[in-house]
Ligand binder design. Structure first.
Ligand SMILES: N[C@@H](CCC(=O)N[C@@H](CS)C(=O)NCC(=O)O)C(=O)O
Length: 216
C-alpha cells in the first residue's frame, strides 16, 4: 500500500519548506517510508473531494489504505508510532517526546501564526502598526522560554525525536521575521534540524515541485 500525502500545487513560499507537508515528508524520510504526493490547487482544496479527506480544506492529508488523516501533529505521531526512529522506546521518554509535539503545535505555533496573520492578512489595517509589536512580544516571550529550556542541548529531550521534528518545523516559520536570530541557541537548533539528511530530502522534494514553471 502506498502512502499518499497532499501538498500545494503551487506553494505560496515558492517551496522554501514552510508549507506543512514538509513536516510529513520529513517524518516519512526519517523512517525511510516511500510516499506519493497528490498536488492540489487552492480551488480543489475547497471542493467536496478534498473536503472529504480534510474537513477544513487544507493540506497536508495522509492516506494509507483505508486510513485517512489530517493535522500534521496527528500524521507525524502516526508515522512515529508505526516506524522506529522518531520516538524513544522507554515509556516515559516517549511520553515526553509526545509532549514536545503537542507543545510545538499547541503552545509555540499559535503566537507564530498570529504574527504571520497580523503581517500578511491584517498588515493594511489602520491598527496594524500598533498590533504587530504586541504580537511580536508574545512570540518573543515563547521563544525566550523555549530557549531557556533548550539551553546548550542539541535536542529538547535527549536524542532527536518527533518532538524536535515538530518544534523545528514550527520555528522555521519564524526565521524571516528575524526573531529567531535573537535566540542563537534556537537558531542553531533549527539549523541542526535542517542539516539532517532526511530534512534535506524532504525539502528538495518539495522545492522540486515548486521550482517548475507555472502550470498553464
Ligand atoms: N493545523 C493544521 C494546519 C494546516 C494548514 O494550515 N495548512 C495550510 C498550508 S501550510 C493550508 O492548507 N492553507 C490553505 C487554507 O487554509 O486554505 C496542520 O497542522 O495540519
Amino acid at each position: 500500500m502506498t502512502i499518499t500525502i497532499t501538498a500545494f500545487e503551487r506553494s505560496p513560499d515558492g517551496g522554501q519548506g514552510l508549507a506543512r507537508d514538509t513536516r510529513v515528508r520529513w517524518a516519512l524520510e526519517e523512517v525511510r517510508q516511500p510516499y506519493a504526493v497528490r498536488l492540489v490547487s487552492f480551488g480543489a482544496m475547497k471542493e467536496p473531494a478534498h473536503l472529504a479527506l480534510h474537513p477544513f480544506g487544507q493540506i497536508p492529508t495522509y492516506e494509507d489504505g483505508d486510513l485517512t488523516l489530517f493535522e500534521t501533529g496527528s500524521i507525524v505521531f502516526h508515522i512515529a508510532e508505526r516506524h522506529a526512529g522518531l520516538l524513544p522506546s522507554d515509556v516515559n521518554a516517549r511520553s515526553r517526546a509526545i509532549t514536545w509535539m503537542f507543545a510545538a503545535v499547541n503552545t509555540v505555533e499559535p503566537p507564530i501564526l498570529e504574527l504571520a496573520n497580523a503581517k500578511l492578512l491584517e498588515g493594511d489595517k489602520p491598527w496594524s502598526a500598533q498590533r504587530i509589536p504586541v504580537v511580536e512580544e508574545r512570540v518573543r516571550n515563547r521563544l525566550d522560554q523555549l530557549s531557556t529550556r533548550l539551553g546548550d542541548a542539541d535536542w529538547l529531550d535527549g536524542a532527536f525525536s518527533a518532538g524536535d521534528l515538530m518544534m523545528v518545523s514550527v520555528l522555521l516559520r519564524m526565521r524571516a521575521s528575524g526573531l529567531l536570530d535573537e535566540f542563537p541557541n534556537l537558531a542553531a537548533y533549527v539549523a541542526r534540524g535542517e542539516a539532517r539528511p532526511a530534512y534535506q530530502r524532504a525539502f528538495d522534494a518539495q522545492f522540486a515541485v515548486n521550482s517548475k514553471p507555472p502550470i498553464g
